[in-house]
Design a binder for this molecule. Structure first.
Ligand SMILES: *[C@@H]1O[C@H](CO)[C@@H](O)[C@H](O)[C@H]1NC(C)=O
Ligand SMILES: *[C@@H]1O[C@H](CO)[C@@H](O)[C@H](O)[C@H]1NC(C)=O
Ligand SMILES: *[C@@H]1O[C@H](CO)[C@@H](O)[C@H](O)[C@H]1NC(C)=O
Ligand SMILES: *[C@@H]1O[C@H](CO)[C@@H](O)[C@H](O)[C@H]1NC(C)=O
Ligand SMILES: [Zn+2]
Length: 222
């Protein structure tokens, strides 16, 4: 009786340890792997880094117009890997809201793009530095004439940010001024991400500055 019982016990013990072994060794890693796979899928993010300068100026028609470039002989770049090409097409995909917070805005093709977005119904808001508003080839007056709201700081300190938020979902930030020299001359970087942790923080900052630079508060003109 005792012998049989202990044999049962031993067998039982063997069985449980076998099951435990299988669970720990074989099934657990499978479960963990699947779980982390699922997790990484949910956490999937767009993350792109762009570096300027580009070797030559990019054709804005090609990347930021509905009909593309229809010039018979276009001497501007159609290369999609250029930083400008990626920036233009990223901005061009804006559906509802474009928030731009930029120290210097003199690039005509970016001015065109922003005005076209505004005309197609996108709500565009621009914040810039007061000392840059009247700088030569500044796009700010042009944007305002087109009906775009543009606000600026009112201090001798710089509104030195350089970021844009597309549809409150995509953040573009970096050293990049919206100037032509920045696309084909300067060494500049841009980061594009849809990581909501960063997008939300920059959106909050934009709202904060937008309210702070309300012209009603300091009698300036928008
Ligand atoms: C970011 O983009 C990726 C790839 O398109 C997508 O799977 C993910 O859901 C997006 N995340 C957010 C927060 O929009
Ligand atoms: C491209 O063509 C325009 C005229 O269509 C000309 O003014 C410009 O200098 C040309 N640029 C280059 C880089 O060849
Ligand atoms: C862009 O934003 C990210 C996230 O906040 C930050 O880590 C990075 O330093 C910024 N880059 C520049 C050049 O401002
Ligand atoms: C931005 O561009 C302006 C005009 O090209 C230049 O004077 C300035 O140094 C640039 N500043 C920064 C910090 O990007
Ligand atoms: Zn072209």
């Amino acid at each position: 009786m005792n012998g049989i019982l202990s044999l049962k016990k031993v067998l039982g013990l063997l069985l449980t340890s076998c099951t435990t072994y299988i669970i720990i060794k074989k099934l657990l890693p499978y479960y963990v792997r699947n779980k982390s796979l699922k997790k990484s899928k949910n956490d999937e993010k767009i993350l792109k880094v762009l570096f300027f300068p580009d070797p030559k100026p990019t054709c804005a028609l090609k990347f930021a117009s509905r009909n593309g470039c229809t010039r018979a002989r276009c001497n501007l770049s159609h290369e999609p890997s250029f930083a400008s090409a990626q920036l233009l097409s990223c901005l061009f995909r804006t559906k509802h809201q474009l928030d731009v917070c930029i120290y210097v805005f003199t690039a005509i093709e970016l001015g065109d793009l922003v005005i076209n977005l505004h005309r197609s119904g996108v709500n565009v808001r621009v914040i810039t530095d007061d000392e840059q508003v009247d700088a030569s080839s500044s796009q700010i007056d042009r944007l305002r004439q087109a009906g775009i709201q543009a606000r600026h700081d009112a201090s001798s300190y710089l509104m030195h940010h350089k970021f844009a938020i597309v549809d409150k979902k995509l953040l573009i930030n970096g050293s990049f001024n919206w100037t032509l020299t920045a696309t084909t001359g300067n060494n500049e970087n841009l980061m594009i991400t849809n990581d909501s942790e960063f997008v939300d923080k920059f959106s909050e900052e934009f709202e904060k500055l937008w309210n702070l630079f309300d012209p009603k508060l300091f009698n300036a003109t928008t």
